[in-house]
Design a protein. Sequence first.
Lengths: 395, 374, 100
Amino acid sequence: MRAPDVVVAGAGVIGASCAYALSRLGLRVTVLDRARAPAGATASGASAGGVRAQGRSPAELPLAVAALHRWPTLEAELDADLGYRREGMTVCVDRPELIGPLTRRVDVERAAGVDARVVLGEDLHRLVPGLAANLVAGSYSPDDGHANPIRTTNAFARAAMRLGAQVRFESPLTGIRTERGRVVAALSGDEAIPCGAVLVAAGPWTGALTAQLGVRLALRTGCIQMVATGPMPHALDQVLAWVGEGISLKQQPSGGYLIGGGWPGTGDPQAYRATVRPESVGRSASVAARLFPPMAGAAVLRAWVGFESWGPEDTPLIGPVGAPEGLWVAAGFSGHGFAISPTVGELVATWIATAECPSALAPFDPIRYGDDWPTGVEPEAVREGDGTATRGGGR
Amino acid sequence: MSVLRGDVVVVGAGPAGLGAALETSRLGLRTVVIDERPAIGGRVPAQGAGLSGGPSGAAWLAGVRAQVEAGATRFVLGRSVWSVSPAWRVLTAPVDPTADVDPWEIEARALVLATGATEQPIPLPGWTLPGVVTAGAAQTLLRVHHVLVGSRVALVGVNATSLELARDLAAAGAEVVGIVEGSPWPTGTADARTDPASLVADAGTLGIAVHAGGRAERVVRLGGALGLSISSGRADAPEQTWEVDAVVLCGRTVPLTDAAQLAGCPVAFVPERGAFVPLHGPSQETPVPGLFVAGAVAGIDGRDAALAQGRLAGLAGARLLGAAARDIEATLRHAHAALDEAVAAGEAREPGGIAVQARLASLWQAQAIGRAGT
Amino acid sequence: MGEGTVHEQRGAPDIAFWFDGRAYAGYAGDTLAAALWRAGIRSLRNSPGLGEARGMWCGVGHCYECRVVVDGVWGVRACLLPIREGLAATRETVDGGAQG
């Protein structure tokens, strides 16, 4: 077995997408995962599956626009059913004073090429039949939608394997060996895997891995929870979000509703153990019913949680860390990395292969904040939201 | 939304749960028992007198009920447990959405899970048609509600359960067309080793046709009725179809481990039981502090053994909480002996239970060694 | 046979309840599924994807095949729900668009 060019740590959707893109460029890739991502308390496993350009940091808009061009053909490309639906998304507000910030956000998005517009009053209620009467305005984009994050992660991994990548589950990255300031091998337990580069895409566990080499990253960890209901008659075509209440809602093809929005779970990332927070189940379900009354009688079937990594100003850290050479990171996607995962993979792979930074990734320099940013678990931080929030209340 | 606070919370009001509650309430611990059903007893009220006679489930339960009601156990019935967090906070919801939402939350220092077992489906094509049910459903209809599952009934699965049910259905006025094998794996609970020939002989004396050599292949709609297609297993004999209005599939049971897993208890596959069972030790303790399991969920068969395990779990929980009487160790020894006796008696009826217990014991020892080494 | 045979004399069922807009009567202690079964009703809903008739299967509250709608709340298990005077339950409505 020849040594890989790149070892990717983390088989979540970002790691798997990068592995696939690197393999397409002809590089030899080995992916390591501590467990069997996306299974377990991971961000990919707890993602609400939003595929959207709306409601993210302006710096990410070029990535989102490019990703939305790629998603419609991704199923054919990966030869997999990803459950991708492009049925639009409406982000709603219930207070008139939030319409101004909403409009300003939409303006920024339109300038970046996103097909989004503000809808008010009756137009909003015609657009979303069944929406609660107290919602007064919304931003709508017909190109937004959703897909299944677990299927997508697995599809990227399988496609990478078909192109020759090796994926090793239950094989954590435990260390990185350097010589003369360059990465020369990835360590997994007793084994040293010689390689040219290591890409750490391990979500909340990224910082601990790079810290071993003295590289401190401005990442913090959150724990979010999703709720799924039993099947109901088909009533909702698009994805809905309610700014300020922090709820996102979609109805799956099988009829059940998926409730997200960043509700906190609880857990210890170091122990890889997260548990459902019962209050989040009840409250998120009742807020969802207030947003969209037709789903009010739905029975909650299950809830699950995952750890997410959050970057500075809710934007990711992507790129080489500088020293040692050959160490790359792609983490901190702040609860909205799923939608842009195809493009992030493609651009990171190009960067690694050509050593030239794609302009769309320039804002995400992993060491741009130095040592000053706080790190740690802040699950409550994900609950904020207003009309301009980069989170936009939806995922 | 109120919080109900106790010392011990027991999930499941079947024989194991009742056994635990008998002991903990006797020792003065505030005991709360939760069950989804509207009445206590679990599956016992649906049980008959057995193939060899003995008390019916209802008669057996009457004895236990009297003891339980003499104590101070608080019963919370008609409510489902949907969340379990250490140590211990149990959230419930009413089965009937128009019922009072309280008590929403139950807190206790020890948790006994006696959540029972469920029947594993025999997924014949057509098994989802209305009128096709499990043995448990047919037994509940017959003995709890006095309703015949059908007027012309076929049973799939040749085992003690199907024989007894066929006898009782016939005695209640149903026409039992016959019993036929149909499952790809052994049916019955621990009775995979029960001699099929002796069962067939028993059936003969009961006047029930066991369709030897044949196999149920599928259930179809026949106008307003159902058809059970039986293959003969012989190339020269065509399939026949029994026209019935109910088909009862009599399969094996598997422990309902959801609550145990929510509570963080590891489960292990027990080949002798053919199912996953929560890991537990000789006094029903689990690797999770303050968590005990007892009864069918712990892999055991039979209501007497379940009651004995429940009592043991209750005593072990009481000892953990320090509410022990002076003679707790002696009482525990008696409880262990009672359990061994019940398992032995069960073995005589349906062999296999002792092998299951032996496997569970060795799994427990293995994990204890593993934990000691970390 | 001992107690609990269907020949037991209990008088006429006297608790009125509704399922899918039609009135039925049952005995105190009946579950909704049992009372409907006695009345010859086996199908309690249609499956969301293919619209197949479905009814009680496990009888103990595990499988949710017997689920009905009570007071606008979905997912109520008829095999666990005791009947009471005036109980009104309805079928889940089938939707051709909910493909699985």
